[in-house]
Design a protein around this ligand. Structure first.
Ligand SMILES: [Zn+2]
Length: 433
């Protein structure tokens, strides 16, 4: 099923025309209303009149996450506060939070994007959707919530936490779909198994995002919860959940191009790369009123596929990001992505460890130190020290063969790695502090 075929299946030339019209309007709007964009365009010698359509997009200067901190809290809003009907915020890695605002129209657009995504994975009005993303300043909970309501589904607004109650609710209320972070989905699956209620679950689909996950993790979630697990992409600077999502073909995530223009650039030179290349994903929002962004550097590394999709949607598909340009760690001269470590950990028995880990990098006596803390399972926690050491050794060897450098692996107590908004902080690079 396709929620809005007129838009989602628009012939590409028509889509390009629509994007061009909306871009011209948006550039004019931000130039007139947002100091940051006006200053940056002036500095680059670009006036709104120089932008005639999407072919001129690359003339525009980039925007960055640091802009959100510099103009904290409302300095990047393009409308007066009386027109902003909601704000969301996310915790920044250092100091100030990132604040975004939405007009009434923005909220409607957001709801439609999420409803399109839920339709694309086979959900409809008869479904019962349990939203287990955190509700609050984080965009996940309310974002998924309003989309499911727009779809006409029955929403269970669970929010995150209290796993036993989550599972009981899923069983008693007959939830057919769940939205949460993938690591939490896996945990829910393991707990359901432990409680012996897996066969009482009525779930058929799960929509997971807000943190990186691997194909191995997808297979595990699907097996444990007995569902199809779908990947979504979103970030609060662009919208929240619903920027892009997989359809039932599961061959990349459709980006809703009537609202967002994606580009792939070389993260070092800023140059737009040829179609199909892998590079940094950049977004321009062409319909957002409250908090528009122009050429926002997401730091996510991926590629775009413009080939037609078997589902009939014409909108471009992005590949799952393979890492972040600023997440890539260089440790003793070797490139290390946290996703590589996650893959290794997912292949270690879940009787011994959980996939929750934290990488700590520091520099001592001019040499990089590289520690990986991994939460052990409750089962192992009750076990003796001897087997803990043996498992640490196994993981150390596996990491060395995958990464090409040695890490110090420490198994830590279950649930001891700090989480925020349901997301674990994966990397602590003390060299940058
Ligand atoms: Zn498709």
């Amino acid at each position: 099923m396709i929620l809005n075929p007129e838009k989602e299946c628009m012939p590409r030339e028509e889509l390009r025309k629509l994007q061009s019209q909306l871009l011209v309007k948006q550039v004019k709007r931000v130039y007139e209303n947002v100091e940051c964009y006006r200053n940056r365009m002036d500095a680059a010698g670009i006036k709104p009149e120089d932008i005639h359509g999407i072919e001129d997009l690359s003339k525009l200067p980039f925007s960055y996450k640091r802009d959100l901190r510099d103009y904290y809290p409302y300095g990047l809003f393009a409308v007066p506060m009386k027109d902003i009907v909601r704000v969301h915020a996310s915790s920044g890695t250092t100091g100030k939070r990132i604040v975004v605002g939405y007009t009434r129209n923005d909220l409607d657009m957001w709801a439609e994007c999420v409803a399109r995504m839920m339709t694309a994975v086979g959900l409809g009005a008869e479904d019962i959707v349990q939203v287990s993303y955190g509700y609050g300043l984080f965009t996940g909970g309310l974002g998924a919530h309003q989309g499911a309501e727009k779809l006409g589904a029955t929403v269970i607004p669970m929010s995150s936490g209290n796993t036993a109650l989550q599972i009981q609710t899923m069983v008693d209320f007959g939830a057919t779909a769940i939205c949460c972070t993938p690591s939490y989905a896996l945990y829910l699956g393991e707990e359901a198994e432990r409680l012996g209620v897996t066969n009482q679950l009525k779930l058929k689909a799960g929509i997971f995002g807000a943190e990186p996950w691997t194909e191995e993790m997808r297979a595990q979630i699907e097996a444990k919860l007995g569902i199809k697990a779908y990947d979504i992409y979103g970030l609060s600077e662009i919208l929240g959940p619903g920027v892009a999502c997989e359809c039932e073909c599961q061959a990349g995530m459709h980006v809703w191009e009537d609202h967002f223009i994606p580009e792939i650039i070389d993260p070092d030179t800023g140059e737009v790369l040829p179609e199909g290349s892998t590079g940094e994903l950049v977004f321009t929002t062409i319909t957002k009123e409250g908090f528009p962004v122009i050429r926002y550097r997401t730091r996510d590394i991926c590629s775009l596929n413009y080939e037609p999709c078997a589902c009939g949607r014409t909108h471009v598909r992005m590949r799952k990001p393979t890492g972040r340009s600023d997440d890539m760690l260089i440790i003793r001269g070797v490139n290390v992505f946290p996703s590589q470590i996650e893959e290794v950990l997912l292949n270690v028995s879940h009787n011994d460890i959980t996939p929750n880990y934290q990488i700590i990098v520091d520099r001592v006596n001019n040499t990089d130190t590289f520690d990986v803390n991994v939460e052990m399972s409750e089962q192992l926690f009750a076990d003796d020290v001897k087997s803990i050491e043996a498992i640490e050794k196994t993981i150390t060897e596996k990491l060395r063969s995958t990464l090409g450098i040695g890490a110090k692996v420490h198994l830590v107590n279950p649930k001891s790695i700090q989480r925020s908004e349901g997301k674990a902080k994966r990397v602590i690079d003390k060299r940058k502090l």
